[in-house]
Design a protein around this ligand. Structure first.
Ligand code: TMP
Length: 210
């Protein structure tokens, strides 16, 4: 096993069930004797969570795409330096609910921010902390969105239209094809149990090989 901990990220559009499955991932790792840091983006530290609140809330003025983009990377800068990097350096495994691929999918695919610009901030802000394994929960957009319709109030991003989420999903799948060595695409269109079976297989294989 290498000295550093490993960074596992969980990605997918709204409604694919990430929050439910974060807990399952934690249980799988713990059953193998690994006690991971469980965290999320945007957020994961008090300052980053405060930025998340500004990012997710509805405001009296529209938020520009650039503002949104920079807010997310400001939160990430805090999160990487205060939590992710120190944890990985000390040998701890980190499981993050969304990370850098979400910026490529939402800000790149969804908003149209140039990918080179995202790559520039990635190089600056992530400080070499890049995912070792990315679990992409994938489901058709209409199915995923139908699952969040029962939620109380949609936040700023959840209020986007179907075409936006279609672009986000396409961008995620393009990333998965481009970085196939670290991505595992999980079919999230079925029951939670079927998703967990797939997650269990992928995680067990990853742990056994590292
Ligand atoms: P979630 O915690 O429910 O997944 O919500 C986080 C929201 O933030 C979700 O709508 C996706 C969005 N997001 C981005 O647009 N870009 C990013 O880089 C990250 C981390 C999240």
């Amino acid at each position: 096993m290498k000295q550093q901990g490993y960074l596992i990220t969980l990605e997918g559009i709204e409604g694919v069930g990430k929050s439910t499955h974060m807990e399952f991932i934690q249980h799988v790792l713990e059953a193998k004797g690994i006690t991971p840091l469980m965290t999320r983006e945007p957020g994961g530290t008090p300052i980053a969570e405060a930025i998340r609140h500004v990012f997710a809330s509805h405001h009296d003025e529209p938020m520009t795409d650039e503002t949104e983009f920079l807010l997310l990377f400001a939160a990430r800068a805090q999160h990487v330096q205060a939590r992710i990097k120190p944890s990985l350096t000390s040998g701890k495994w980190v499981v993050c609910d969304r990370y850098i691929d979400a910026s490529y999918a939402y800000q790149g695919g969804g908003r149209g921010i140039p990918l080179e610009r995202i790559a520039q901030l990635e190089a600056w802000v992530c400080q070499g902390c890049l995912p070792d394994l990315t679990l992409l929960l994938d489901a058709p957009v209409p199915l995923a969105l139908s699952r969040i319709q029962c939620r109380a109030a949609a936040d700023r991003v959840e209020s986007e239209k179907v075409v936006f989420f279609q672009r986000v999903r396409d961008a995620y799948l393009a990333r998965a094809a481009q970085f196939s060595a670290r991505f595992r695409v999980i079919d999230a269109s079925g029951s939670p149990e079927s998703v967990q079976m797939q997650l269990h297989t992928v995680l067990t294989e990853f742990i056994e090989n590292h």
